[in-house]
Design a protein around this ligand. Structure first.
Ligand code: DCP
Length: 336
């Protein structure tokens, strides 16, 4: 293993995204939902004046107005249920789907159980990370440079390589590049490319990566980071009962991008040399800040062929706080 040069190398950044999070929270509270097609629905309009539904009440909706869907289990996604549907529409495409309504307080949705669960995840991650940055109710960027360096100093290289390669997709594997071509909206609905976990596909490219990493300290630290993320994900599942997906890279934009390639309950390593390959055909809406109409306008007016290397050049960025360089880029294209 090459010698470590603390401070001279880019950080090791992880990204954690919980799988179908509100559903997972409901499943941890009610194991009858495990393995079943189910979805969480927002409270239906006209709820005011009705008694509140506390978290501990029976919140399954079997009739009447069913509200709109805000989270869908992967089992229900496989049967055609999507977040754009109303509960009634979901029942039509998948009659066996179980709909759980969010709790209410004072006639309004009460999201406290989901917020508490997200905070519990951050607290657990913080125990082994240099810094954590909550990006949404169920997404966390983590600086795991110290934990990766600790593993490099305390475990044999062969052991780390074996652990990382057994659990981690490479972002430039054929499977990942294929997954990257899917737009954000279809990725969210779940598709077969996301869910393939064939171990021979996981092994694709790893032998070469490990051989090259022997003389590449940046790559070695990221490989150790993949082991850290694998262990953290296992800890989250065994302690809190939630599965999550993970990404590892040298900055949070790329770590998030890697994280979204393979869900649920999988993880992806984005080594620096893999970024241009991955970003070449990436739909712009997969990058943070470039989803929706703005991303479309940027693409059509400025980047028919998106400048992937620019994103790689974000470098380390700051993990905690805002990534000013990326934001300046977004502002500059907006005003072009
Ligand atoms: N959420 C919401 N309203 C939306 C979108 C999401 O209330 N319009 C809530 C429910 C989700 C949670 O936020 O469970 C996290 O949203 P994500 O977009 O991360 O999606 P999921 O975690 O549900 O699924 P995935 O496994 O695809 O990340």
């Amino acid at each position: 293993m090459p010698p470590l040069q603390r401070g001279a190398l880019p950080p090791v950044v992880g990204f954690i995204d919980m799988d179908c999070f509100y559903v997972a929270v409901e499943r941890a509270r009610d194991p009858r939902l495990l393995g079943k097609p189910c979805a969480v629905v927002q409270y239906p309009t006209g709820q005011r004046g009705r008694p509140d539904l506390r978290p501990e009440d029976d919140r399954w909706r079997t009739g009447g107005p069913m509200g709109g869907i805000i989270a869908v289990s992967y089992e229900a996604r496989a049967r055609g249920v999507t977040r754009q549907m109303s509960g009634a529409e979901a029942k039509k495409v998948c009659p066996e789907v179980i709909l759980v309504q969010v709790p209410t307080a004072f006639g309004k949705a009460d999201l406290q159980i989901y917020k508490d669960a997200g905070d519990a995840v951050v607290d657990l991650l913080a125990s082994r990370c240099d810094a954590t940055e909550k990006r949404s109710v169920d997404e966390v960027a983590i600086d795991i440079t110290g934990a990766a360096e600790h593993l490099l100093a305390s475990r044999a290289a062969a052991e780390l390589g074996a652990a990382a390669s057994a659990a981690t997709h490479l972002a430039d594997s054929a499977l990942s590049v294929d997954a990257a071509k899917v737009t954000r909206s279809s990725a969210r609905q779940g598709h077969d490319k996301q869910q393939s976990r064939d171990t021979s596909e996981l092994a694709d490219g790893w032998e070469e990566v490990l051989r090259r990493a022997a003389s590449d300290p940046v790559a070695w630290r990221l490989i150790a980071g993949a082991v850290v993320v694998k262990e953290l994900r296992q800890q989250v599942e065994s302690t809190l009962g939630f599965t999550c997906s993970g990404g590892v890279a040298t900055n949070k934009v790329l770590a998030k991008l890697g994280c979204g390639l393979h869900k649920p309950n999988q993880q992806t390593l984005l080594l620096p040399h893999a970024a241009p390959v991955l970003l070449k055909d990436l739909p712009l809406d997969r990058l943070p800040g470039l989803g929706g109409d703005f991303g479309q306008a940027v693409k059509s007016r400025h980047f028919a062929d998106f400048a992937a290397c620019w994103v790689v050049g974000l470098g380390s960025g700051s993990l905690v706080g805002r990534n000013h360089r990326y934001e300046r880029f977004l502002e500059s294209v907006e005003t072009c």
